[in-house]
Design a protein around this ligand. Structure first.
Ligand code: NAD
Length: 498
């Protein structure tokens, strides 16, 4: 059955929301039913950031839709929480298999609405399907424990129970990755979920809804809604049945959602922004460090929360580092992510381009030097040139505000103590990197960097079996690793006589 036939078969009233031939049919997904635009629902355009052209229309949920999604998730929870972990795992594993089978079309959708090169989009789908596989296995190990009692004839059990309905909100930079992490954690724990993705990049989440349905997930366990972010999140967080929220996005919005959920005593997992320091010592393999940092800094056009956005190079190695780093950056081929030779696509929306311009202007006003790039590219779409800035003071906005775009700031340091103080000077605490050949310096960096994740001499973030998350303003809780389920489970003591 074709996508169009399928959507019509499941009842998408009022059109398919599809404006270009090979882009996804956009829909809400509530209680097992795909719902397109129509029936008086508002909708919004979805734009290809590489061309500025409209590629689809995304239906917004009405208040009644949101209530129906929560009601469906709540009803489904009564049964899903009792489905044995082995069976929950089978559905998660089947979903991962389907994601890999459908990776080419899901990836094409991501490139069309998010902009990243097709190879990166394909990598996102294939690598991040692993999160479903890992949670499928790990959910079998949600153990309780037996605590020795103080009296004979008493048994004390500590049990872990799914928390209930989860409301989740995911951003536009990794639309498949962020969503599958939250869905796999919630469903693996025995929770049900209502999730709102980013309206700019909806195709991957609609594809996820389809493949979880095809994997045999019962109706109501996963519901997908769209709308005005602040309105949808407030309505869902206030809903009685919603017991937990999970949000990935900016610090400012995360704090608002944390305040609201805290006022209602609802648990929250928050994966917020970062401004990751990368410290390159003179004794490191400088070529390798420069090559790795250039690749990671400009991946996804710099729209990555763990992007190495403040690069501190020991003064003695600065020139050697810059030779290789600039060579790698100048080799980046900017273009439409669908073109086979493109290695960096556009930014996902126009407001990020405006912010890049402001950040460079501020740096130049403070005597920073633009080594390459620094300007908006004169072509349709939201393109900003890969940019490297040096001689930049720590007070520049580029060094204090998360840039979230294709600008690398490189500065120098002379002593480890000094650079640690500078690296730790911001309120963010997501990821940090170090490069050195000295075990002693390596230890000083890994112990001294205040971050939820530290990687030395390589890129060590994001595997399904390791925790991903920040401290301080960068958030609460972990996604991935055995910590992943903590946010989705209540602890219950049962003390009984026998
Ligand atoms: P933004 O703060 O407007 O939005 C960030 C994300 O949150 C978007 O996906 C948006 O749809 C969603 N959002 C906004 N208000 C919301 C609300 N009240 N309730 C629920 N969701 C809401 O910022 P932006 O311009 O889209 O992105 C810029 C900043 O966002 C970046 O500087 C970066 O710090 C942050 N960001 C972080 C991540 C991450 O992976 N941690 C991802 C995307 C964006």
């Amino acid at each position: 059955m074709s996508e169009a036939e399928r959507l019509n078969a499941v009842g998408a009233p009022g059109g398919t929301g599809k404006a270009v031939e090979d882009y996804a049919e956009l829909a809400l997904f509530i209680n097992g039913r795909f719902i397109g635009s129509g029936e008086g629902r508002k909708s919004q355009e979805v734009v290809n950031p590489a061309t500025g052209e409209t590629i689809g229309r995304l239906p917004h949920a009405t208040v009644a839709d949101l209530d129906e999604a929560v009601r469906a998730a709540s009803a489904a929870f009564a049964d899903w929480r009792r489905v044995p972990a082995v069976e929950r795992g089978q559905i998660l594993r089947r979903a991962a298999e389907l994601a890999r089978e459908r990776a080419p079309s899901i990836a094409r959708g991501i490139t069309l609405d998010q902009g990243k090169p097709l190879a990166e989009a394909l990598g996102e789908v294939n690598a991040c399907s692993e999160h479903a596989v890992w949670h499928a296995e790990e959910c079998k190990r949600i153990y309780g424990r037996l605590v020795p009692a103080r009296q004979a004839g008493v048994r004390q059990l500590v049990e872990r129970e799914p928390i209930g309905v989860v409301a989740a909100f995911t951003p536009w930079n990794f639309p498949f990755n962020q969503a599958i992490r939250k869905i796999a954690a919630a469903l693996g724990a025995g929770c049900t979920i209502v999730i709102k993705g980013a309206e700019e990049t909806p195709s991957a989440l609609v594809a996820l809804a389809r493949l979880f349905q095809d994997a045999g997930l019962p109706d109501g366990c996963l519901n997908v809604v769209w709308g005005v972010p602040a309105e949808v999140s407030e309505h869902l967080i206030r809903a009685d049945a919603v017991r937990k929220i999970s949000f990935t996005g900016s610090v400012a919005v995360g704090k608002q959602l944390a305040a609201l959920s805290g006022s209602l005593m609802k648990r929250a997992t928050l994966e917020l922004g970062g401004h990751s320091p990368a410290i390159v010592c003179a004794d490191a393999d400088i070529d390798a460090a420069a090559t790795l940092l250039a690749a990671q800094k400009f991946r996804n056009a710099g729209q990555v929360c763990i992007s190495p956005s403040r690069i501190y190079v020991e003064r003695a190695a600065h020139d050697r580092f810059m030779d290789t780093f600039l060579d790698r950056v100048r080799g980046i081929r900017v273009g439409d992510g669908l073109a086979p030779d493109t290695t960096m696509g556009p930014l996902t929306h126009a407001r990020r381009v405006r912010q890049m311009t402001e950040l460079v202007e501020d740096a130049v006003n403070r005597q920073a030097r633009v080594e390459c790039g620094g300007e908006v590219l004169d072509r349709p779409g939201y393109f900003f040139a890969p940019t490297v800035v040096t001689n930049i003071p720590d007070s520049a906005y580029l060094m204090t505000l998360e840039p979230f775009g294709p600008i690398a700031s490189v500065t120098t340091f002379t002593a480890t103590e000094e650079v640690l103080t500078r690296a730790n000077s911001l309120a963010y605490g997501l990821a940090a990197m170090g490069f050195t050949s000295s075990p002693k310096t390596s230890q000083a960096l890994s112990q001294g960097l205040q971050a939820g994740m530290v990687s030395i001499n390589h890129w060590g973030f994001g595997a399904a079996e390791t925790p991903f998350g920040g401290i301080r303003d960068s958030g609460w809780g972990s996604e991935g690793g055995i910590e992943s389920f903590d946010g989705y489970l209540n602890t219950k003591l049962v003390s009984e006589t026998y």
